[in-house]
Design a protein around this ligand. Structure first.
Ligand code: ATP
Length: 252
């Protein structure tokens, strides 16, 4: 299957510059260097391998040959506290696009792409803030294609009858997903985006334990924080856990 008409139109309309590299430390880092040099946004950086790819906790992102490693650089004007919106809309856009290829991918809060309970990919957003406004953002995306993955990971190549046939096609699907997710956020706003995000959230309704207290995941708020309903005998309350305060982990 090739790109559909809408995806092709989106890519052409965006007039995106795409910079391709072989082995670099990280696509996010190269994107920031290009921005420093005054490169015109939006643009995309793609590498065949990364030697220092990172996830949101600063942990290493395994980036051997065969995987998709890209960063999308944009200029924008967003209040600093809205930075999580960029991760949410990117996740929604990419998941919706992969679903169009019959890949049953979901989101794990806040920034993982999950397939068959394993980690297929991740999104790592970095921003530049000036006077409390985000002026530039780099959204990094890693998706496992044929590359080797850690135990909790999975790659698309391991699927039977995967309808995506090449790394190039996967790159186009991911870039189109980033553009359509961002467009959805700009045109429909954060409330609609959160509804779309929750619809793809694997953790929705999941029971978790916080400080010995059992709770149920009931959503995500406007800052991307996880909403958890805690119920104990005689009392119940809803709390919000900001991004970066807990990791939901993988139960294999
Ligand atoms: P959270 O679950 O809160 O997103 P995280 O554990 O996913 O946190 P990140 O920093 O986002 O942390 O991602 C890095 C982690 O992802 C690594 O510690 C490793 O467990 C896993 N990982 C690294 N490379 C890959 C890969 N190519 N595919 C799947 N998982 C990977």
């Amino acid at each position: 299957m090739s790109l559909n008409q809408q995806q092709l139109e989106n890519l052409l309309k965006s007039s995106l510059a795409v910079y391709c590299y072989d082995i670099i430390p990280s696509t996010n880092q190269t994107a920031w260097e290009l921005l420093e040099k005054g490169e015109k946004t939006p643009f995309v950086v793609i590498a065949s391998q990364q030697t220092a790819g990172r996830g949101q906790w600063g942990r290493k992102w395994e980036s051997s040959e065969g995987g998709l490693y890209l960063s999308f650089a944009i200029s924008l004007n967003l209040i600093a506290t809205d930075a999580p919106h960029l991760t949410l809309c990117s996740g929604v856009g990419i998941v919706q696009n992969l679903e169009n290829y019959d890949i049953p991918v979901q989101l794990k809060w806040p920034n993982d792409l999950v397939l068959h309970k394993r980690k297929l990919g991740g999104i790592y957003t970095e921003t530049k803030v000036y006077q409390n406004r985000i002026t530039e953002a780099v959204i990094g995306v890693g998706i496992n294609w044929t590359n080797s993955v850690p135990e909790i990971g999975i790659n698309l190549h391991s699927l039977n009858n995967c309808s995506i046939v090449s790394l190039e096609q996967l790159a186009a699907i991911a870039i189109d997903g980033l553009l359509s997710g961002y467009d959805f956020y700009l045109s429909r706003g954060i409330e609609q985006l959160i509804l779309a995000y929750i619809a793809k959230l694997q953790n929705y309704g999941q029971t978790i334990t916080i400080d010995g207290c059992k709770g149920i995941i009931v959503g995500v708020n406007q800052q991307g924080a996880l909403k958890v309903f805690l119920k104990s005998p005689g009392a119940s309350t809803e709390i919000c856990l900001p991004i970066g305060t807990i990791s939901l982990g993988y139960d294999l």
